[in-house]
Design a protein around this ligand. Structure first.
Ligand code: ARG
Length: 398
């Protein structure tokens, strides 16, 4: 009998998919559910999977792995997509795919399955990642195959076949959560002219309602990795969780963008990512202190490409590994502290320090301590402007 491992969130699509794979495809269904910090209870999810017909249900807490092997790489590479999306959803997909492959091997599955829609990026990310790791596995994507066109049709199908579906009130939006952020889509958000209604946001306070007193925090980094908060040594996972709470309270980390999907459509996307926002800003502040001008300017092109490779499902490629090698080396000097002021939706860096700073006060100062050789500037400018003077003569026809 064909055996399939299904990425199982516990929701309606996934529950109907278990039944559908079994009834319509005649497969034995194994489910896999991951905790990436979305805050759902995994035990009832496993029970529900078995209840709707899975032969076995795997669950794992992947938060540490997600932070250490995915999020921190994206942070070090300054990877944000288009208008600022920190790529929370996109980063989770290759990890889920890798675990699906692991379960497939353990259980002897020939097929991998997921509940992603046929018009999104996530199907591309999951399937490309599966094929990158296990080219012999085959994919079955129920949502691309079945003829259930809406949530109502799915509920009807479930009722007809006696599938015990999670009784949730229909949510006006679609959410995808993990510890790096939330993606919010659908409903009134589909019209890009509509302002996101306040109730669409789950983690962040409306900036107007955030505390009237600013809060200053201090984030410490060791070689580009967050390592302390307000002077207390903490793991990156702990820092991210804490910053989601603190940043969320101050309304930090909301994004509202019209985004270019890999599959060709533009979509309106709303995101909440307080910790990602604060940490990206903080690490950029360290980089500015410790990296040379050439390194800083060169990373721009790598960051843009890295963001796109995450977005486009190219995680398990040599391109990603090679860019990681660049950033790992570059961040050997990224140790230090950043002070950030959180206030009504903004996170502003107000101070930074590092034992490896290239910043030299004796060179930068306008005070009598100044050590910069002013007389050397004249000769520098003479040579620097040589081609400009040449062009000036050329224009005059001489
Ligand atoms: N537009 C974002 C992305 O492509 C968010 C996708 C949300 N996914 C979801 N299954 N709700 O990464």
């Amino acid at each position: 009998m064909a055996k399939v491992v299904l990425a199982y969130s516990g929701g309606l699509d996934a529950s109907v998919a278990v039944y559908w794979l079994k009834a319509e495809k005649g497969m034995d269904v194994v489910t896999f559910s991951a905790d990436l910090g979305q805050g759902d209870e995994l035990t009832p999810i496993a029970e529900r999977a078995l209840e709707v017909g899975a032969v076995s249900a795997h669950v794992s807490d992947l938060r540490e792995k997600f932070v250490n092997e995915y999020i921190l790489r994206a942070l070090k590479a300054a990877a944000t997509y288009e208008e600022g999306y920190p790529l929370a959803t996109a980063l989770g997909r290759p990890l889920i795919a890798a675990e699906l492959v692991n379960v497939a091997r353990k259980e002897g599955c020939q097929f991998v399955s997921h509940g992603c829609t046929g018009k999104g990026n996530d199907q591309v990310r999951i399937e490309s990642s599966v094929f990158a790791l296990a080219p012999d596995l085959k994919v079955v994507a129920p949502l691309r195959e079945w003829n259930l066109k809406s949530r109502d049709e799915e509920i009807e199908y479930a009722e007809k076949h006696g599938i015990n579906i999670p009784i949730t009130r229909e949510k006006p939006y679609s959410y995808d959560h993990n510890i790096w952020g939330i993606s919010i889509e659908c409903g009134v958000l589909e019209d890009p002219w509509n302002a996101p209604p306040e109730h669409a946001y789950l983690w962040t306070t409306r900036p107007e309602d955030a505390p009237d007193t600013p809060e200053e925090i201090e984030v410490g980094f060791t070689k580009g990795v967050p390592s302390s908060l307000n002077g207390k040594a903490m793991s990156a996972l702990e820092i991210i969780s804490a910053l989601n709470t603190i940043g969320g309270k101050h309304g930090v980390g909301r994004y509202d963008q019209v985004e270019n999907r890999l599959v060709g459509i533009k979509s309106r996307e709303v995101y909440e990512a307080p910790a990602a926002t604060i940490l990206h800003k903080s690490l950029r502040a360290i980089e500015a202190l410790v990296w040379s001008r050439d390194v800083m300017h060169f990373t721009g092109i790598l960051s843009e490409r890295y963001a796109r490779l995450i977005y486009d499902g190219q995680w398990f490629t040599s391109l990603r590994e090679n860019i990681d090698a660049f950033f790992d080396k570059a961040h050997e000097v990224s140790t230090g502290s950043v002070r950030v002021k959180l206030y009504k939706g903004s996170a502003v860096v107000t101070g930074r320090k590092s034992p490896h700073a290239l910043y030299d006060m004796k060179l930068a100062t306008y005070s009598p301590e100044d050590k910069f050789d002013h007389t050397a500037a004249e000769g520098f400018i003479k040579i620097w402007s040589l081609p400009m003077r040449g062009e000036a003569r050329q224009k005059k026809g001489k």
